[in-house]
Design a protein around this ligand. Sequence first.
Ligand code: ADP
Ligand code: RBF
Ligand code: MG
Length: 208
Amino acid sequence: MRPDGPRPEIIGEDSGPSAPFPLRMGGKVVKGFGRGSKELGIPTANLPVEGTPWISDAKSGVYFGWASLLLPSDHPALTSTKPISSTTFPTEVPYPSTSVELPTEVKEKGWRVYPMVMSIGFNPFYGNTVRSAEVHVMHGFGRDFYGCEMRIAIGGFIRPEYDYESLEKLVEDIKEDIEVTSRSLARPGWSGKEAGVDGYLWDEAASS
Ligand code: ADP
Ligand code: RBF
Ligand code: MG
């Protein structure tokens, strides 16, 4: 169960992530258990965990950092300028953005980079038997992006996963996770290269 009491408001050193972070993984967004957005109002893009060497040794819990997506040219997120919330409830801290401008040809291909908060583990509240990696992208999309290529650079660990007495308590903590992520990534050392915002996120190796 979750311990009572206040949580840290910000994670990590001001100068940026500390080893072993940033940790990276990527893959195509797959179908999950189908209860993220519907039950919680917080959609999570599930990533296959096979092929990520460090994941079996990673502590289960909540992590934060940056996520990239290769969106199809007709996806509303590429053209819409109106900001929409990524959740069905308001969060109090504005979403940060990267300090790195993506190369023009990378943007033209459809790559975008957003802040993210994610869970790696077994979802004790639901008692899953397989380990999952699910990413809540902090951006309002207006449409699903199943099958799209996603890359992530994890900057740090927020907290272990807990079981909760109710769904409301779980959602309350996830809201806090989103705000902690916004505050943490808003610092200068957390939005550029040292935080893993580099060519890995837009598949530079493949295009050069
Ligand atoms: P599933 O159980 O299949 O993962 P979810 O209810 O968790 O279903 O919804 C996840 C899907 O919602 C993602 O795969 C993606 O296509 C879509 N989606 C829309 N907005 C977001 C967002 N901000 N973050 C993550 N996924 C999102
Ligand atoms: N599930 C849990 O059972 N316990 C948790 O502490 C927990 N924390 C989460 C934190 C974040 C930021 C996110 C995105 C998900 C978390 N989940 C947690 C997973 C949640 O149960 C899951 O998204 C839904 O079950 C949909 O698969
Ligand atoms: Mg999901």
